[in-house]
Each structure stands twice: as C-alpha cells, then as structure tokens.
Design a protein around this ligand. Structure first.
Ligand SMILES: NC(=O)c1ccc[n+]([C@@H]2O[C@H](COP(=O)([O-])OP(=O)(O)OC[C@H]3O[C@@H](n4cnc5c(N)ncnc54)[C@H](O)[C@@H]3O)[C@@H](O)[C@H]2O)c1
Length: 381
C-alpha cells in the first residue's frame, strides 16, 4: 500500500514511526501533509512528498490510501475528500465531532471494495480481546449489569493550554467523551451492545479551564433490562480503570492489566428460584488471563487495514461502527444539556442542531504554552 499520512502531530508521528520501523507489512509512506511545511523536513530528506495541506496530498495521485490524524473537526472535510477520490481511508478516532458528521463521511464511500477503517486500537488490547472471546463463547449468559470506572485519563492544564483545538466544541465536539474515552465507550458497546436509554450528568470545565466535559457520571439501560454505569474523568489522579460485566452465568472484571472470569456453577436466576438455602449462592470458579506481552495496538490496527485492502482480513474496527461511540458520547452530553434521559438511537439531526449552538459560541483556545513535554507512551491507558 502506498499510504499518505495527513496530520503529523502527536499521533500521526507515532503511526509514521510504526510504518517506517517495519511494523506494518506491505505498507510504505509515500506522502505526508502537515503544517507548517518545514515540520516535515525529516520526511523531505527521505524523498517523501510533503504537502502543507491534506487536500493537495489527496489530489496528488501518489497514494492508494490515507491515514487522517488531524484535529477532529477536520476529519469530516478531509475524510469526505479522500473517499470521493476513491482512496482507502484509515481515520483516527473519533470518526467525527458528532453522529451526523460521521454519517456524512460514510456516505462519501464510492465503492464496496473501498476500505474505511477507524483507529479504535483498544479493540486489540489483549484483555478486551479475551473478554470479547469469553462473552462470544457464552460464558456470561444474559447481561445483567455493566460498570466502567475510567478515571485514569488524567490530563494537567498544560495539555489543554498547548493546543487551540482540544477540549473545544468547535475543535472536537466535546471533552473526555470525545478525546480520551471514545476507546472505552467503543469497547463497551463492542462487548455488550448498545443501551436503549441513557441518563448522564456531565460536568463542564469542572477541573480545567475548558468549555467541554471533564467529568461524566452516566446510567445506561439496555433493551433486555440490564443496567450500566459509566464514569469518566480527566481531573482525578491517579484515577482508576475498572470494568465489570455481570451476567446470569458469570462476571468479568478487568483493570486493563489482567482480566478475570468468575463462572457461576449454574444460572443465578435458576438457582434463585430453586434453592432452599436462605443465604445460598451458586458455587464459583475463576479463570485469570494475564497478557504475556504488550501489543502495539496502533500497528495492529494498521496491519489489519492493509490486509483488508488486499482482501486478506475482515476489519477489526470498521469506520461505520464509529457511529456508535459518537452516539453514546452525544447521548451523554445531550442528556446533561436537557437534564433528562435520552432514548437511543440518538436523533443525529437534533443533536447536530444542539451542538451547533455550542459551536457558535465556542472559542479556539489561545495557545499560552508551546513547550509542553510530550511522551506519547504516557497518553494511553
Ligand atoms: N488512537 C489514539 O491513540 C490517538 C491518540 C492521540 C490522538 N488521537 C486522535 O488523533 C487526532 C489528532 O490528534 P493529535 O493529538 O495528533 O493532534 P495534533 O494537534 O498533535 O496534530 C494534528 C496535526 O495536524 C496538522 N494539520 C492541521 N490542519 C492540517 C491540514 N489542513 N493539512 C495537513 N495537516 C494539518 C497540524 O499541523 C498538526 O501537526 C485527533 O482526532 C485525536 O483524537 C488518537
């Protein structure tokens, strides 16, 4: 694959290094786009075509595919151009700033064999992969409850101060739900499906000088009556990551380092109806999964993308599934705005109208600090 990377900031550089380190098979960077043009002198020195605008790269005719790693508000305009040009597309997460915008990107696909993938790299996280396998094998039985406390996305003030677009309605359509947690809400729905109703309380600019949410407490209801909680924050440290999924036959728990499956000896609902023991409980047995080694999740998703374009693999994270995390994030934000529960599917036009009012008043941040130390390996949890 001849790939062009559009956006060589924090994450675009990570992808470029993965490809240039040979971690992505059958893939070569032939063009890059970033601003300013001098920021790509290292690529220019290697004979790679450099553009100061993603549109020019798309029109260059040099590439079969583009990887878009731009500020989120630019995903839609450039993504649509790339698809209309017939290119394969790997989009950074989230797909867009809101569901309607995501739908417009997907509508630009020209051919069935045009591959459109999303960098939901945590779908390759070994613990989540193992949990998905347990659930698909029926180990949990019918879902009763899911709870995810995802508060170890701490970000200090300099993270926001060093960028004009992050944590603004206009720049990315939200805060912790649109920047850090798309991974978690994507994995959540990947594992247990979509809820049918959400009531959420988002706190906007509670811990940081930002206009969007930096703390979220949400309650979910699923079509079968199962319930859920989702709690997220960029304001607490060290924070925690604890996912618990409870079914009639078992429970899984993970902190992202290991995953535990607790199997009940029989269905809890059947046991409840049949036992004569007043304080009885089904017997349990446990399995613990500890990943043997870390996975380079970004490289894994890129490898899968290249293979999919060659007809050698199904996509792990098709872009169309990115609409679901946009819908969950939007429903949590919308529920807070209207101070009421929101039924899903989210009305994408109504949500677009509501977020457009926020965008109209949204101010790009004046960048007050440009010397932030950046270690991207500390950015993922
Ligand atoms: N999957 C992950 O682990 C992960 C991690 C970080 C960021 N992201 C996502 O990736 C995207 C980018 O985030 P980032 O932190 O790298 O942002 P960034 O601000 O560090 O980088 C964006 C780059 O885009 C360039 N740019 C802006 N307009 C352009 C244009 N028209 N043409 C070409 N280049 C242009 C800028 O010069 C900048 O270098 C966001 O959507 C973010 O949510 C994903």
């Amino acid at each position: 694959m001849k790939i062009g990377i559009i956006g060589l900031g924090n994450i675009g550089r990570v992808h470029a290094k993965n490809i240039q380190d040979g971690l992505v098979e059958n893939c070569e960077i032939v063009a890059v786009a970033n601003q300013p043009i001098e920021s790509m002198d290292d690529f220019k020195a290697q004979g790679i075509a450099c553009f100061d605008d993603g549109s020019a790269l798309i029109k260059s005719g040099l590439v079969d595919a583009v990887l878009i790693a731009l500020p989120t508000a630019l995903h839609a305009p450039l993504g649509i151009q790339a698809l209309e040009a017939g290119l394969h597309l790997m989009m950074e997460k989230p797909l867009a700033c809101h569901k309607a915008e995501g739908e417009r990107i997907l509508a630009a696909q020209q051919r069935d064999d045009q591959i459109v993938s999303l960098m939901m790299n945590q779908r390759t996280h070994p613990c989540y992969v193992k949990i998905k396998q347990w659930i698909d094998d029926g180990a949990l039985g019918e879902l009763q409850r899911v709870s995810w406390t995802m508060t170890n996305w701490f970000r200090p003030e300099i993270y926001y101060q060093s960028s004009a677009w992050r944590a603004t309605w206009k720049g990315e359509g939200g805060g912790v739900l649109m920047n850090q947690c798309p991974h978690n809400i994507d994995v959540l729905q990947w594992l247990v499906g979509m809820p049918s109703k959400i009531r959420a309380h988002c706190s906007f600019g509670k811990y940081h000088d930002i206009e969007v949410e930096d703390e979220v407490n949400a309650y979910f209801e699923f079509p079968n009556g199962a319930t859920g909680q989702f709690c997220a924050s960029t304001g607490e440290a060290p924070g925690s990551n604890r996912l618990e999924i409870v079914g009639d036959l078992g429970t899984v728990i993970t902190d992202g380092n290991e995953a535990k499956l607790i199997c009940n000896s029989e269905s809890v609902s059947a046991f409840s109806r049949s036992t004569d023991e007043m304080f009885g409980c089904p017997e349990t047995s446990e399995k613990v999964f500890q990943p043997l080694e870390a996975v380079n999740q970004h490289a894994a998703i890129l490898n899968n993308f290249v293979k999919a374009t060659r007809g050698e693999a199904e996509l792990i994270a098709p872009a169309v599934e990115g609409l679901r995390s946009l819908e969950l994030a939007g429903a949590m934000i919308y529920s807070s705005w209207i101070n009421d529960a929101v039924e899903l599917p989210l009305d994408s036009e109504a949500y677009e109208a509501a977020i457009n009012e926020k965008i109209a008043q949204s101010k790009p941040r004046e960048v007050v600090q440009t010397t932030a130390k950046v270690d991207m390996s500390k950015s993922y949890r």
